[in-house]
Design a protein around this ligand. Sequence first.
Ligand SMILES: Nc1ncnc2c1ncn2[C@@H]1O[C@H](COP(=O)(O)OP(=O)(O)OP(=O)(O)O)[C@@H](O)[C@H]1O
Ligand code: SF4
Ligand SMILES: [Mg+2]
Length: 421
Amino acid sequence: MSEDKAVTIPARSEGATTLTKDAAPGETLLKVTGLQKHFPIKKGLFQRQVGAVHAVDGLDFEVKSGETLGVVGESGCGKSTMGRLITRLLEPTAGKVEFEGKDITHLGVGGMRPLRRDVQMIFQDPYSSLNPRHTIGTIISAPFKLQGVTPPGGIRAEVQRLLSVVGLNPEHYNRYPHEFSGGQRQRIGIARALALNPKLVVADEPVSALDVSIQAQVVNLLDDLQQELGLTYVIIAHDLSVVRHVSDRIAVMYLGKIVELADRESLYRAPMHPYTKALMSAVPIPDPRRKNTKSDRILLKGDVPSPISPPSGCRFHTRCWKATEICKTTEPALIELKPGQQVACHHPENFEDQAPQDTVLLTVAKEAAELVADEVLAESAETSAAVAAEVAEVAAEVTVAEEAAESSESPKGESQESTDK
Ligand SMILES: Nc1ncnc2c1ncn2[C@@H]1O[C@H](COP(=O)(O)OP(=O)(O)OP(=O)(O)O)[C@@H](O)[C@H]1O
Ligand code: SF4
Ligand SMILES: [Mg+2]
């Protein structure tokens, strides 16, 4: 069977697999507030808790119906933990998860049952996530059996329909996972996730185990299925290039926190968090003429610090080339600095701010800055100055407009008097 097989999506079957009322496109489907997961570290005979891994440390975000939220960040920053928390495969340490306006944070097994249909997960490794002893027919029909759902036409017919939906041959119902390639196995994982017609699909690095040539096909399949079935996705990746074309909005995570959350256009056009900028500059440039251009790459200093004792203040301050004293002492809140662009940084890029050259840098920042190309530092200072000038101009215009409005609002006689003068 060829990987290049065109994806044809047959009409959706009627009936039992369709679930409760759908949220209208654009309505909030999932809302997460202050979400935390700390894994306790226990030691000794009595398994005393000696610390905790702060895997997810206070996330606030929403996912709108019909959209794709991309979540990116380096290994160990808590992406998978976040995925497992919102699909309720893990119990949060603190915070709240709401699905269609309902608080699902601490639902028990019974309460979670209907949610298990609505929220599905696609796992990173298509090799280990499919039981090698089961046929793909058994694997894809498992969700129906677990939920006690019989689709019209029977389970077998529905599984075969799902196989053709994901671009596989329905005749291969009785084959085993080892008879399929990595890309095809991931298609089986997608068919299993779609079986109960979910509303939200959380895909944890759905293509990172696949060859680059197959990655685009699976990403395109996810995209096609979203169009056809009106799905809502949270797609986790460590590589910005994977989420670039499919995401409506992108959340950038660093050490258990969201440092920037913005719509795709704004994020790629003008990233505001220094870490986003660094991640972005690490994405290979496809233009062959720029192949050897290394000068605008930002190299990050050292490894990601341990989530057991994250750095004080801004967690990125030990690697950031703009870090000043406030970055070390005060944690920046995630705030909306431009419409649709939330950033947690004291000295954001592409924004009005004191250029770091004008302030006292931490020693670590000076060291980190040595790894950042002069062009990048100059551009950063330039944009800060340009945006500051723009903001000053707008502020001046606003003052003039306000003064004009004030004078037109003042009593007639008075304004008459002023014009008479
Ligand atoms: N069950 C667990 N017990 C203890 N620590 C854990 C557990 N699961 C994850 N962690 C730790 O939590 C942190 C976040 O892990 P997580 O798997 O969520 O990161 P990730 O961003 O998905 O990384 P990757 O890109 O490597 O998949 C890591 O330091 C990890 O070691
Ligand atoms: S400038 Fe400061 S607050 Fe912003 S990312 Fe760097 S260290 Fe963090
Ligand atoms: Mg992971």
